[in-house]
Design a protein around this ligand. Structure first.
Ligand code: HEC
Ligand code: HEC
Ligand code: HEC
Ligand code: HEC
Ligand code: HEC
Length: 259
């Protein structure tokens, strides 16, 4: 006590230095990955690499988001204390639990997935049913191409398979292609809108953009029920609005040069 009182300046400086060092590792920061990357011989190095390159890694979704554990300690024992080991049913990353684990953050896909036959089978422990990781990887957050999606469906529903229904795959590919085309149209509309100088006009175009972007995302989410009526309906609305917006923008750019 006496020592602390006689060196107040030193204490304050030391404290300040400590605070600066620990500032990046602030309340929300996850320390799990730091230690795993430092342990070259640690488990599952490919998984680490996939996380690093993924939308999850970029968005700062830490290891604890799926595995649990305490991300604010560098003590291995404390960090892992609450982590379920092994591949059992209590493990949040067991493929059967992934819909709920991923669904904490992705409620749109999760809600739709829950209405599917796939979900029912998965919950009943059927190893033939797909889970979130079947199409998105364990951590990588892959987004399949239309062709990739078709081949994924065909892996279970293709010719000669037990669950043969090849029309599912063809339909899924067609709808995903249309989703992508509409998204591409909206992406180019967005970059044009940014260049519109009149603020009132820009705001009005931005409004139309959102009126198309929302049903487009609803279509992507609805796909997770694997019954495509709602996808078709939402996609139809999104496409019509995206095309109307593109027309508006085309008329605008025809007028601008003759100013
Ligand atoms: C101090 C370093 C360190 C920290 C911090 C750390 N880990 Fe680990 N982790 C390891 C090492 C080394 C292993 C392999 C040895 C073992 O299983 O204990 C491991 C194992 C694991 C495993 C495999 C467990 C199994 O048996 O299936 C998972 C999952 C895991 N860590 C996740 C995490 C998460 C999530 C966090 C943060 C909440 C975290 N780790 C924090 C070093 C660390
Ligand atoms: C988006 C969810 C998610 C995130 C984030 C995530 N993982 Fe995983 N992890 C999984 C899934 C799913 C598996 C596969 C589990 C299985 O097949 O049993 C897995 C498997 C593992 C395994 C192998 C476990 C075993 O017992 O074989 C380790 C180790 C691991 N992850 C560590 C990490 C570390 C370290 C991080 C952070 C850099 C991390 N994970 C981030 C979902 C995630
Ligand atoms: C803690 C919240 C959280 C959890 C849990 C989580 N994610 Fe994510 N996920 C995110 C965030 C944040 C992004 C980045 C969003 C963005 O870039 O707009 C993302 C992005 C994605 C994307 C889109 C990638 C893209 O390029 O648009 C997919 C697919 C995805 N996650 C699947 C999963 C799957 C599958 C799981 C479970 C294994 C999972 N996520 C668990 C938060 C989470
Ligand atoms: C049979 C394949 C398949 C399964 C299983 C699957 N998804 Fe998807 N997911 C897709 C496709 C296809 C898209 C649309 C990709 C695109 O728009 O480019 C998508 C899109 C997403 C997105 C991005 C949505 C957005 O807002 O743009 C997220 C997040 C996601 N899925 C999470 C999940 C979760 C969580 C699960 C498990 C409950 C799951 N997915 C199961 C195929 C699948
Ligand atoms: C990992 C394997 C697997 C994948 C991948 C998969 N399915 Fe399935 N699917 C099944 C199984 C198993 C059933 C149950 C079939 C049954 O009960 O007759 C099923 C059932 C269905 C059903 C309900 C069938 C019915 O008649 O009630 C639809 C629709 C469906 N799948 C569409 C798709 C589509 C579309 C894709 C790709 C986007 C896909 N599935 C990918 C395994 C899979």
């Amino acid at each position: 006590m006496a020592a602390r009182l006689s060196f107040p300046a030193l204490c304050v400086t030391a404290l300040a230095a400590l605070l600066t060092i620990s500032a990046p590792a602030s309340a929300q920061q996850s320390l799990c990955a730091d230690c795993h990357f430092a342990n070259a011989g640690g488990p599952n190095p490919i998984h680490l690499h996939e996380w690093d390159l993924s939308a999850h890694g970029r968005a700062g979704v830490g290891c604890e988001a799926c595995h649990g554990g305490n991300p604010r300690t560098v003590e291995s024992f404390l960090a892992h204390q609450m982590i379920v080991r092994g591949h059992g049913l209590e493990n949040p990353v067991n493929r059967r639990n992934l819909p709920a684990t991923c669904g904490k953050c992705h409620s749109g896909p999760y809600t739709e997935f829950q209405s599917s036959r796939h979900y029912l089978l998965l919950r009943n422990g059927d190893p033939a049913a797909p889970s979130c990781s079947t199409c998105h990887g364990d951590v990588a957050a892959y987004l399949l191409s239309p062709k990739g999606l078709e081949s994924e469906c065909n892996g279970c529903h293709g010719r000669g398979k037990k669950q043969e229904r090849a029309e599912y795959a063809a339909n899924a590919r067609y709808l995903l292609q249309a989703t992508r085309d509409t998204r591409a149209l909206l992406d180019s509309a967005r970059s044009l809108i940014k260049r519109v100088t009149d603020p009132k006009m820009r705001e009005s175009l931005q409004y139309d953009y959102e009126q198309a972007a929302v049903p487009l995302q609803e279509a992507a989410h609805a796909g997770h029920s694997f019954v495509f009526d709602k996808v078709e309906e939402r996609l139809g609305v999104a496409m019509a609005r995206a095309e109307a917006l593109a027309d508006r923008l085309a008329n605008l750019s025809v007028r601008t040069p003759s100013r």
